[in-house]
Design a binder for this molecule. Structure first.
Ligand SMILES: COC(=O)C(/C=C/C1=C(C)CCCC1(C)C)=C/O[C@H]1C=C(C)C(=O)O1
Ligand SMILES: O=C(O)CCC(=O)C(=O)O
Ligand SMILES: [Fe+2]
Length: 364
């Protein structure tokens, strides 16, 4: 069952950032201006050695045995050391990637009154607006979101599926079913990379929950003061992120205490490990904190698909991955509980995962 929305929340007035941009105010409204410690610092020069790894999906799906094994090793390293990778040759038609981007962009370009027919009510996560805002004094992201539950159908709110653009719903259906297949396959290879049976996650997850969040970041005259999307880890098992063509480079991941930009590769999809996989692998594969920053002149579109176990699934570190040198770090819980916890708290780095952590007592 989908997590119920929620308690009454008082969030005050939330400016729509696209409308703000149109009005071109001389100063950025205070609610968007981050405290000094949270502001994006100037981009650090980065060598190509700091790019996130690439995974060549075609070597996994139809490579010869040598290619397959070397790609599984690459996947292990990507998951252990980065928690993020870009999938190339993923076998999703490029025309479908273009179509989803087009309907997403066309949706965000509709007049505000049209988009507001699909409002994200305060404290909920589906519809158009800003998610994860729970108080009047919380800083806001320089981002408009449009989020929808996709699978299973019982999490859908049909009233929030837009009539315009006319091709939106069918395109989202087609795109989601291809991304779902990709997630199923990636989880199979991730299981193998851990020395587990390929079907272990498929069996465990039941009818997996899948949701999409489209993020639109208009240009901002003071990108040094605001954040596009607050630092967070994803609550999913896996997230597949499509970065819009021609969008600004805005995604950054936290590695060794440094924010590293993710340079888009044409037609590739960014995949990251979510909190659920961190728990299942007892922290061997970690969900990595990430954020989005804005650009003075360019806008940014991104389309995130969250793939997670069904709400009834019992989660906890897999016994096969525990031993005396690797004691259990997370408790057992059910994914519905975690989902509810995730969507009722503001994005705050990896804090949400404290929900599952076992306090280790070093005093004895
Ligand atoms: C704005 O929404 C999110 O960021 C988000 C929410 C996803 C969901 C819906 C839009 C519909 C109902 C299901 C679900 C909560 C998945 C992020 O998704 C992450 C958070 C959790 C937990 C997860 O599984 O994916
Ligand atoms: O826009 C981006 O690249 C970040 C999106 C993201 O992290 C998310 O939607 O969870
Ligand atoms: Fe994310």
């Amino acid at each position: 069952m989908a997590p119920a929305p929620i308690f009454p929340v008082k969030v005050g007035h939330i400016d729509d950032v696209q409308e703000l941009r149109k009005a071109k105010p001389t100063t950025i409204p205070e609610r968007f201006v981050r405290d000094l410690t949270e502001r994006p610092t100037m981009a650090t020069a980065l060598s190509s050695a700091t790019d996130i790894p690439n995974i060549n999906f075609s070597k996994l799906i139809k490579g010869n045995p040598d290619e397959f094994h070397s790609e599984i090793l690459n996947l292990t390293t990507a998951c252990e050391q980065w928690g993020f990778f870009q999938v190339i040759n993923h076998e999703i038609d490029l025309s479908l990637l273009e179509s989803i981007e087009k309907v997403a962009k066309d949706f965000f370009m509709l007049p505000l009154e049209e988009k507001q027919k699909y409002p994200m009510a305060p404290g909920t996560v589906q519809g158009y607006g800003q998610a994860f805002v729970f108080s009047e004094n919380q800083k806001l992201d320089w981002c408009n979101m449009f989020a929808l539950g996709v699978e299973p159908h019982c999490i859908r709110n049909p009233k929030l599926w837009p009539a315009e653009p006319a091709e939106f719903s069918q395109t989202l259906e087609n795109y989601s079913s291809r991304v779902r297949k990709l997630c199923e396959n990636l989880l199979k290879y991730i299981a193998m990379s851990l020395g587990l049976k390929g079907d272990v996650f498929e069996k465990m997850f039941g009818v997996a929950v899948q949701a999409v969040r489209m993020n639109y970041y208009p240009p901002c005259s003071r990108p040094d003061l605001v954040l596009g999307l607050s630092p967070h880890s994803d609550g999913s098992a896996l997230t597949v992120l499509q970065q819009g063509r021609g969008s600004s480079v805005g995604l950054q991941i936290l590695k060794n205490n440094t924010w590293v930009p993710v340079q888009p590769i044409a037609n590739a999809l960014v995949v990251n490990i979510g909190d659920t996989m961190e728990v299942l692998t007892n922290g061997r594969y970690k969900s990595v904190e990430h954020r989005a920053v804005t650009h003075r002149e360019k806008d940014r579109l991104s389309i995130a698909t969250f793939y997670a176990p069904d709400y009834e699934t019992e989660l906890g570190p897999m016994p096969e991955l525990l031993d005396e040198n690797n004691p259990c770090k997370y408790r057992r819980y059910n994914h519905g509980e975690y989902s509810k916890h995730y969507v009722t708290n503001k994005l705050q780095g990896k804090k949400t995962l404290d929900f599952a952590k076992i306090e280790i007592d070093y005093s004895t």
